[in-house]
Design a protein around this ligand. Structure first.
Ligand SMILES: [Cu+2]
Length: 188
């Protein structure tokens, strides 16, 4: 019987214990109500079954146990589903800096830099990551408040990161080459 497998899943106590910690109480109440309604419908169906098979006295007793197991299983399954949703796709207030880092790949070779004079949109509090491949030493200067200066070596795979806390335009320059790599348009 497939219902026997359900007993194993119920024994996962860590998941059961995690539910009250992560689920809002409102979601739990809604969930239980939903399951209870479903269960009542199933019960009605099973009672009709039992009446039809009244000769088998054991049947109804069995189905009550099965239903209890199924109730628990559905709670656990729906709970874990809800937990997955809330941690992944829950929308955040727009002023909370939860964006992924803005990565800017910079390549310096033969006295030229790319990109050059571009514009890069960013948000206040967003992490900005500069990944630099260079064949010459230079100095990256971020004209934010406070400003940042990063020494560039003649090497591949260098990485510098910072966060801009004030909205506005922030130039990222290469001082030895005298070029503007990009200008950050930092919005609230
Ligand atoms: Cu500068």
């Amino acid at each position: 019987m497939t219902r026997q497998e359900n007993v194993d899943v119920l024994a996962d106590h860590s998941l059961l214990l995690a539910i009250p910690a992560f689920l809002p109480a409102v979601a739990l109440v809604a969930l239980v109500l939903f399951i209870a309604m479903r269960d009542r419908r199933a019960e009605k169906r099973e009672n009709e079954d039992a009446r039809a098979q009244s000769a088998q006295a054991e049947h109804s007793e069995e189905s009550v146990t099965d239903r209890r197991l199924r109730y628990g299983l559905v709670t656990v399954a729906a709970g874990s589903l809800l937990m997955g949703c809330s941690s992944g796709t829950e929308s955040q207030p727009s002023d909370v800096p939860t964006n992924a880092a803005r990565v800017i790949d910079i390549r310096i070779a033969n006295g030229t830099v790319s990109p050059a004079n571009t514009r890069t949109e960013a948000e206040v509090g967003q992490r900005i990551v500069l990944r630099v491949d260079s064949d010459a030493t230079d100095e990256l200067h971020v004209h934010s408040a406070p400003a940042h200066t990063f020494p560039v070596a003649a090497a591949a795979g260098q990485q510098f990161d910072f966060t801009v806390t004030v909205p506005g335009q922030v130039e990222i320059e290469l001082h030895h080459l005298g070029r503007t790599v990009t200008t950050l348009l930092v919005r609230r």
